[in-house]
Write a protein that binds this ligand. Sequence first.
Ligand code: RAM
Length: 481
Amino acid sequence: MNKIFLNTAKQLLPTLHKTKIKLDLAADLTPGKPLIADFGNHYTGYFSLSLSFRGSPADAPALIRLKFCEHISEIDEDTSNYQGWVSKSWIQEEIVHVDYLPQVLRLERRYAFRYVVIESLAASGKYQVIADSCEVVASTSAGKEVTPVGNSELEKRIDAIALRTLSECMQSEFEDGPKRDRRLWLGDLRLQALTNYSTFQNNDLVKRCLYLFAGTANGEGTVSACVFTKPKVVADDTYMFDYSLFFVSVLHDYYFHTKDRKTLEELLPTAEQQIKLAAKRFKDDVIEDSDVLGWCFLDWNLALNKQCGAQAVYIYALRQLIALRQELGLKSESYEAELKAKIEAGVNYFYDEAAGVFVSGASKQISYASNVWMVLAKVFDKKKNREILLRLKELGAVEIVTPYMYHHYVLALIESGLVEEARQTMDGYWGAMANDGADTFYELFNPSNPNESPYGGKAVLSYCHAWSCTPSFLLREYFKE
Ligand code: RAM
């Protein structure tokens, strides 16, 4: 723990802007007849329900079930048989005894939702429970209104949803999702920060997150994939090859947006350490593969081999480290040599001449993720990168399942000069979520498999997930008319 860094992070704790939204219900709550309160948009905050009764004095408690849903599809979803490997404790359902009526039932937990299913499970035959009204006190640290942009009604809608996604995830830190996991993840932070620079410009929140990661690096200096801040700041014991390297990227993007030299000077050693530690995992300049789930993330497709993508992310981050050192007037001869070696080895080992694309792992798997990352790492020129991206479509490549990886695909298309195709891809993918009734964009969306979930079930999926907010970045930075 670096106390000085954590103290800097503490001083940057943002103000949470609060809004109160009240819904009048005036409805009887009867067992078997759930009531659905619709707040009209996604909110992250604290919920209360005003209850009263009619008839004889309440001679038994009321037993109330509340279910908070981000997406309309969750309302009727049977969560009782969810058996996945991510804890069912994330499911936003409560059964509460209300001993005295009338009463304002205030729930202590923070929820993320648009809809609340309210049901009386049991009361007594002598009185009728009444739901008078309910309320959410919502919070965000986004702190300003941003007007949606776009070339069509659909794009404006996509932008509004993306802005909402980001602002809902901006709390005391950039959270990955206000339903789950409600914490700071490095990979998510990188995309949130980029989108934030183009929209809400709460740059101190990015700075706070950088210091939280740097302040909780482990004994050898690796930054964790994610950090908890409650009840106290602590790094998770999850380390991912790409996420640690993205510390360099977040610092790089932060510096070039703010020119905050002091932060760069303070955090460059942490960034450099991520490169040094990652470098140890190469043999003859080729990253060693692993079967461990999550050794490197890239995407939530469980069939994806990560070896090639990991090599590409390393090259991508190393370029950024060199750029940062240059800003401070530092020479980088050995890093330049390292970069050249990793690019050469990456091409020799992973590029399959016959197939015309990069392949990954012992099975020589062809995936979007590997190739997109090699394009972003710029190991080939623009023309060749374009050919690779076009070729992928003919080869039945392993698919993308998250908006996170889709973002990188869209960016790769842009950087290869396929701007119109990039725009259509963005409109098609995020537009399909918008047309699916999204108020905020999802953690996971695979148009060819609506039941896709890496967790063993959909009940724990997050429907407001930060890494899906990037259309607001893409529209402002690349698709301006
Ligand atoms: C999940 C979350 C989070 C992501 C990690 C790798 O737990 O969706 O956003 O960064 O995976």
